[in-house]
Structure formats: structure tokens, C-alpha cells
Design a protein around this ligand. Structure first.
Ligand code: FAD
Length: 215
């Protein structure tokens, strides 16, 4: 998996600060103070004026399916109707278990060879792809505004989210924090801003808080 920031609103903190100032006809120069205030107050439409476009390479169909459930975003995904499917994503736990990895690789290799056979028979890619497991990878472009990104990070950087999308969300958050340090200062799972609402909170909650504070 590889993540690249393709484009974003220049000076995201700045544009949102300007927006907030116009909203309140404020003369303030305290960017951090005003942005923190509007985020705390839930006046989040202000954050919709900054957006970010990411390219995510080699994402599995499992994770891309989870990603596209976020409706306040724009997506364009590599077409397996028109382009040939190539590789697979192997989850970390399978990679770490020699026997599981062998079983996994055996099946994905077989699936890919059946896919090739179907193509060789003259079947279109859009039909041959039905044989592929959901670990098959593709590239996807996603554009989200800062409001939706904060929501996405709340849900998907949490340890309760699946590892692949969690890793993607953490990488995206790292990038966002660099470009918009005020907006994304407290972004991350709910426990970074207060209590955890899960039935079984993580045992290492302080470590998690520290991780996101230092990201
Ligand atoms: C840990 C985890 C487990 C999950 N498990 C499952 C599962 O088992 N099965 C499953 O189907 N999904 C599952 N999901 C997906 C989940 O239900 C959401 O579809 C997904 O997280 C997108 O979140 P969202 O709807 O809040 O956000 P977005 O689609 O990103 O929307 C952002 C916000 O806009 C508002 N909004 C958007 N559309 C509407 C609308 N039509 N009506 C009203 N308000 C709207 C809501 O406030 C929403 O929170 C899981 C998600 C997580 C994080």
C-alpha cells in the first residue's frame, strides 16, 4: 500500500481561519484559538472549505469497500472491467503465520491462474474478475474535505477498525497533520479526545493517546 497526497487546498488552516473570521466578522489574529473554538463548538461547515486528494495504491477490495462507505467524499477507482488485475494484499496476521501464508498464497495463485485462463479463452476482464478473491488490489483516488476527514479519522484510526484501513487512515492523518496542523491537531480515535465508547476499551489507551499526540 502506498499513499500520496496529490492535491489539497493551499494553506488549509489559513482558509478555514479566513472563513471563520468572515462568519463572525472577527478581527482576531489568533488562528489556533478561533479554529479550536469552532471545532469544539461543532461549527464544522467551516472545515468544508479545505479539501485533500489522495492516491491510495494497492488497496484490497476489502479495504476499498470500507473506504467507499464514506459518502461525503469523491472516489475514482482503477477499473477491473478495463484493466488487468495483478496482485493481492496479504493481511499482516496471515503474513506472520507461515502455514496461513502458504494456504493463502496457494489460493490466490490459483485464482490468478484461473483468471488468466478465462482471459485466454477470450472472456472479457469484467467477467473473468468474478473469480478473484477480495484481497485483489487496485488503486483509488479519494477526495475528502477536512470535516469529513476528521470524521473518517475518528472511525478508521481506531484500533477497532480493520488493520488495513486503519493503516491507510493513519498514513492519511500523518499527511494532513503536516499540511494543516491546527485542524488535525486532535484528530484520531475518540479516546484521543476523551473517553472510549467501545464495550471493551483498549488496554493500552494511554499509549494510543500518546501515539496520536506525537503523530
Ligand atoms: C469499526 C467499524 C465496523 C463497521 N462494521 C460494519 C458492518 O458490519 N456492516 C456495515 O454495513 N457497515 C459497517 N461499518 C460501516 C459504517 O456503518 C459506516 O457506513 C461507515 O463507517 C461510514 O460512516 P458514516 O456513515 O458515519 O460516514 P459518512 O458516510 O462518511 O458520512 C459522514 C456523516 O454524514 C452524515 N450522513 C451521511 N449520509 C447520511 C444519510 N444518508 N443520512 C443521514 N446522515 C448522513 C452522518 O452524520 C455521517 O456520520 C463499520 C464501520 C466501522 C468504523
Amino acid at each position: 500500500m502506498e499513499i500520496k497526497l496529490l492535491n489539497y487546498t493551499k494553506d488549509p488552516d489559513g482558509i478555514c481561519f479566513q472563513t471563520a473570521k468572515i462568519c463572525y466578522q472577527s478581527k482576531s489574529n489568533d488562528k489556533e484559538g478561533l479554529l479550536n473554538k469552532i471545532i469544539k463548538a461543532g461549527h464544522l461547515s467551516i472545515l468544508e472549505h479545505a479539501s485533500f486528494t489522495f492516491l491510495i495504491k494497492d488497496i484490497s477490495r476489502v479495504a476499498s469497500h470500507q473506504l467507499v462507505r464514506h459518502r461525503i467524499a469523491s472516489f475514482t477507482q482503477q477499473s477491473h472491467r478495463y484493466t488487468k488485475a495483478t496482485g493481492f494484499f496479504t493481511p499482516e496476521k496471515i503474513q506472520q503465520d507461515a502455514q496461513a501464508k502458504e494456504i493463502f498464497n496457494e489460493l490466490t495463485k490459483k485464482a490468478l491462474s484461473v483468471y488468466e485462463e478465462l482471459l485466454n479463452l477470450g472472456l472479457p476482464k469484467e467477467d473473468a474478475r468474478y473469480i478473484l478473491p477480495c484481497s485483489i488490489v487496485s488503486d483509488i483516488i479519494v477526495t475528502m474535505n477536512a470535516r469529513e476527514l476528521l470524521h473518517f479519522f475518528t472511525l478508521r484510526t481506531c484500533q477497532k477498525a480493520q488493520k488495513e484501513i486503519q493503516d491507510i487512515a493513519i498514513e492519511m492523518l500523518k499527511i494532513c497533520k503536516k499540511e494543516a496542523p491546527i485542524i488535525f491537531k486532535n484528530a484520531g480515535p475518540p479516546c484521543t479526545r476523551g473517553r472510549c465508547y467501545e464495550r471493551k476499551p483498549c488496554e493500552d489507551i494511554n499509549q494510543i493517546r500518546h501515539f496520536f499526540a506525537e503523530l
